[in-house]
Design a protein around this ligand. Structure first.
Ligand SMILES: C[S@@+](CC[C@H](N)C(=O)[O-])C[C@H]1O[C@@H](n2cnc3c(N)ncnc32)[C@H](O)[C@@H]1O
Length: 264
């Protein structure tokens, strides 16, 4: 617990830190607790960081890539989305709007990388809200703590496929530019659905196979060379529908798709 002087009341009040409030969301059956790391993020005890299966994932775990990632992301996204991606600030604001973030909300940014969206969410949910960024890469988390901190923000190391949280703790969840790197992406989507409250919002930004079809030889070659999964046009929307989501919207641009939906 931290002590803060509340200027409105002119008295000392205690307010739990973002880390304390993140701890309160944990499911003891899934996670043994959160252990502070020297770099300022928290490690989920009892949940293993997944092994990397390819070049793309290995790159994310390097200090060099974590350092340059925030500069290169807008360029990469514009190339992938055939120059239709919005600028960096508009992208963040638009995503926060799609998540319908309000002061006091709890939002999870799964595979948060350097926290480039988590920090914005922290502003949107205010001091009474909580924005948690979770990632498998320690170098990315170091950058997140250094570059995108906030009083309502906490960063955790962990695995998108095995979230440490109880069911129904989050008002909103995002997973941006990461599903194509995650070993079992549909397992990760199931986990995100599990931790959302009914009425909660999800935003997923990921790859789209050329022509919207995954079962083409050239797409399989692309996947093999890039070690990144290309999703078919309906794979994610159909999966969300089967999980009981509605208000499903998909925006495609080049090799990118953004899917937003509401949990019923
Ligand atoms: C390209 S970055 C995306 C960062 C940020 N969300 C964005 O939109 O810019 C992909 C991130 O996914 C993370 N990642 C990959 N597999 C993961 C997993 N199983 N669990 C958690 N994070 C994972 C990587 O460590 C990396 O930081």
């Amino acid at each position: 617990m931290t002590e803060n002087l509340d200027p409105r009341e002119g008295s000392l009040t205690t307010r739990p830190t973002a880390a304390d409030r993140a701890r309160a969301l944990l499911d003891p059956a899934r996670c043994r607790g959160l252990v502070p790391h020297d770099a300022g993020y928290l490690q989920t005890a009892g949940i293993e960081i997944p092994a990397t299966r390819g070049f793309g994932q290995q790159l994310m775990r390097t200090r060099f890539y974590a350092g340059v990632y925030q500069l290169g992301r807008p360029i990469g996204l514009r190339v992938a989305s055939a120059l239709q991606a919005p600028g960096r600030d508009e992208d963040r604001a638009r995503t926060a709007r799609s998540l319908r973030l309000r002061p006091g909300h709890t939002v999870l940014d799964i595979a948060c990388g350097p926290g480039n969206f988590t920090g914005t969410y922290g502003h949107a949910v205010g001091r009474d809200g909580l924005a948690i960024g979770l990632d498998a890469s320690h170098p990315m988390l170091r950058r997140a703590v250094a570059d995108n901190p906030g009083p309502a923000v906490a960063y955790l190391s962990g695995d998108a496929e095995n979230l440490p949280f109880r069911d129904g703790v989050a008002d909103a969840v995002s997973c941006l530019a990461a599903l194509y790197l995650i070993n079992e992406p549909f397992r990760a989507i199931e986990e995100m659905a599990r931790v959302l409250v009914p009425g909660g919002r999800i935003v997923l930004l990921t790859s789209l196979a050329p022509g919207g079809r995954r079962d083409r030889p050239h797409v399989m070659v692309m996947e093999r060379l890039s070690t990144m999964r290309m999703f078919g046009r309906d794979e994610i929307t159909d999966f969300l529908r089967a999980l009981g989501f509605d208000e499903i919207e998909q925006v495609t641009a080049g090799l990118a798709q953004t899917v937003t939906a509401t949990k019923r």
